[in-house]
Design a protein around this ligand. Structure first.
Ligand SMILES: [Fe+2]
Length: 187
């Protein structure tokens, strides 16, 4: 389902931050590889950022609202932000167990169709969709025509079947999310 997170997620800041990192990686030696990542199985090319601090901040910011919308207590598992390069697709797949609840949010991009089982949605700058990625196959069969930036925020349900995958089973991630939540100045 489409949900509205427009008032919470700062797409302009996030796009500016990550496109700066990608621009830098493409021309200079940096902490990122200077060539973009090619994922043959899923059919995309770009850069993946696993749990960047900026994405974690917004992950925590949207958690209460997503919890309220779903009427469930939820715990972050992980998040990542991905810059898709032109020509990228997303082949049919299901997500792993830490992705019981997913919000896919477009920070920057032209309208792009996603299929989730028999449902289809169009996402573009500012659009968020919430879905259960473990059980439901999803894909984007039409290629992107320009650089496109998405974040994927994942949770598991408290006391639910997948709770063991909270914080992506990482003590370090648990510590970081926990510290951030304690110090409200971050979120
Ligand atoms: Fe997925």
């Amino acid at each position: 389902m489409i949900i509205d997170l427009k008032g919470i997620i700062d797409d302009d800041l996030i796009y500016t931050y990550f496109s700066q990192k990608v621009d830098h990686a493409l021309v200079k030696a940096s902490s990122l590889k200077s060539f973009p990542f090619r994922n043959g199985r899923l059919g995309y090319e770009g850069y993946d950022f696993y749990c960047p601090f900026l994405s974690m901040i917004f992950h925590l910011k949207i958690t209460p609202l997503v919890s309220k919308i779903l009427n469930k207590e939820i715990i972050p598992s992980f998040c990542f932000t991905r810059m898709y390069f032109p020509g990228s697709k997303l082949n049919v797949h299901k997500d792993r167990d830490a992705c019981e609840i997913t919000v896919s949010h477009c920070h920057y991009g032209k309208p792009w169709k996603i299929f989730i089982l028999e449902d289809e949605f169009i996402t573009q700058t500012g659009t968020s969709i919430c879905y259960e990625g473990i059980g439901k196959e999803h894909c984007r069969i039409f290629p992107t025509i320009s650089n496109t930036l998405y974040s994927f925020y994942h949770w598991v349900e408290k006391d639910g079947k997948y709770e063991e995958f909270k914080y992506d089973t990482s003590e370090k991630l648990e510590k970081i999310y926990g510290q951030m939540a304690l110090d409200k100045s971050y979120i």
